[in-house]
Design a protein around this ligand. Structure first.
Ligand SMILES: [Zn+2]
Ligand SMILES: [Zn+2]
Length: 253
C-alpha cells in the first residue's frame, strides 16, 4: 500500500507540479480554490461590506464615496473594483508575479478577478490591461497586468485588446507622491490608437489600485481619444496606502 501511495504522489507531481502547493504558504495541498489552502483562504483580506461607489475601497460611513475620492478631481472611469485589500500576504503574491517571474500566479489572480466580476455583474465589450512601455516589458519579459488580463479573457470569454491602449511614457516612481502629484505625474503617459470602441464599455485590468491615478489617466485617453462610453477598472488588490496619501494631503492643506 505504501508503495502505491508514493507512486500516486509522484505521478501527481509530474503532471501537476504547480498545483501541489499553496501559492501563499507553500504547504502541500490537494486541489483547492485558487490553489490556496484552507488556512490561508480563511485569512484572505477580501473586501466585503460597504464600499466606495467610485474606487471600491471599504468605507465605514454611510457616504457613497470615500474621503480620497471626494477630495480627488475629475474621474474618467465609471467604477473600480478589487476583490482584496493589499495586505502583506497579497503584496507577497503581487511581488512574486511582478518581480520574481512567478508567471503562473496570473492564472490564480484571474480566477479571483473572475469571481469578483461575476459578483458585481459587470458587463463589458473588451478587456484591456494597463500597458507597459515596450522597453520595460522587454527588460522584465512580460507585463503582469497583461498576463492577468489574458487569463481573465480565457475565463470570461471576453475579447482582449493589447494594442489600442498604449504607453508612450514611463512615469517616475509614484511612491512618495500625493494623490494630486500622482495625477500630474501620469498625465500624457498613455495613448488610445483607434476609435474602434466608440460607445463601448472597456474593462481595464491592473494588479494594484493605489490612488487610481494610473487607471484614471488610461480612462481619460480611452474616453477622449477613443470615444468609449465607460471604463470599468478591475484590479487584484486595493492598496490601503490611500490612508497615508490622505494624511499627506491633509497636512499639505
Ligand atoms: Zn496556505
Ligand atoms: Zn473611493
Amino acid at each position: 500500500m505504501k508503495f502505491l501511495k508514493i507512486t500516486k504522489e509522484k505521478v501527481l507531481d509530474i503532471f501537476f507540479p504547480d498545483h501541489m502547493k499553496c501559492i501563499i504558504c507553500g504547504n502541500e495541498i490537494s486541489h483547492m480554490k485558487y490553489d490556496i489552502c484552507d488556512r490561508c483562504y480563511e485569512h484572505l483580506p477580501f473586501i466585503v461590506g460597504r464600499t466606495c461607489e467610485r474606487c471600491g475601497q471599504r468605507i465605514k460611513t454611510d457616504d457613497r464615496f470615500c474621503d480620497n475620492c471626494k477630495r480627488s478631481g475629475e474621474f474618467f472611469f465609471t467604477r473600480a473594483f478589487s476583490p482584496l485589500q493589499y495586505t502583506d500576504t497579497i503584496v507577497g503574491l503581487v511581488h512574486k508575479l511582478k518581480y520574481h517571474n512567478h508567471q503562473y500566479l496570473a492564472a490564480n489572480m484571474a480566477e479571483v478577478l473572475y469571481d469578483k466580476l461575476s459578483d458585481e455583474e459587470i458587463k463589458c465589450d473588451v478587456i484591456m490591461p494597463v500597458p507597459m512601455m515596450d522597453r520595460k516589458k522587454k527588460r522584465r519579459g512580460y507585463n503582469q497586468a497583461e498576463l492577468i488580463a489574458q487569463e481573465l479573457a480565457k475565463l470570461s470569454n471576453m475579447p482582449i485588446d493589447t494594442t489600442t491602449l498604449i504607453r508612450v511614457w514611463e512615469d517616475n516612481s509614484q511612491t512618495a507622491l500625493t494623490s494630486k502629484e500622482r495625477r500630474e505625474n501620469v498625465r500624457g503617459c498613455f495613448k488610445c490608437t483607434s476609435k474602434d470602441y466608440k460607445g463601448k464599455n472597456i474593462l481595464l485590468i491592473d494588479d494594484v489600485y493605489t490612488t487610481g491615478s494610473t487607471a484614471n489617466e488610461c480612462a481619460r485617453v480611452l474616453r477622449k481619444q477613443g470615444r468609449v462610453a465607460n471604463v470599468y477598472v478591475l484590479t487584484f488588490a486595493h492598496s490601503e496606502e490611500n490612508k497615508n496619501i490622505q494624511g499627506l494631503t491633509n497636512k499639505d492643506k
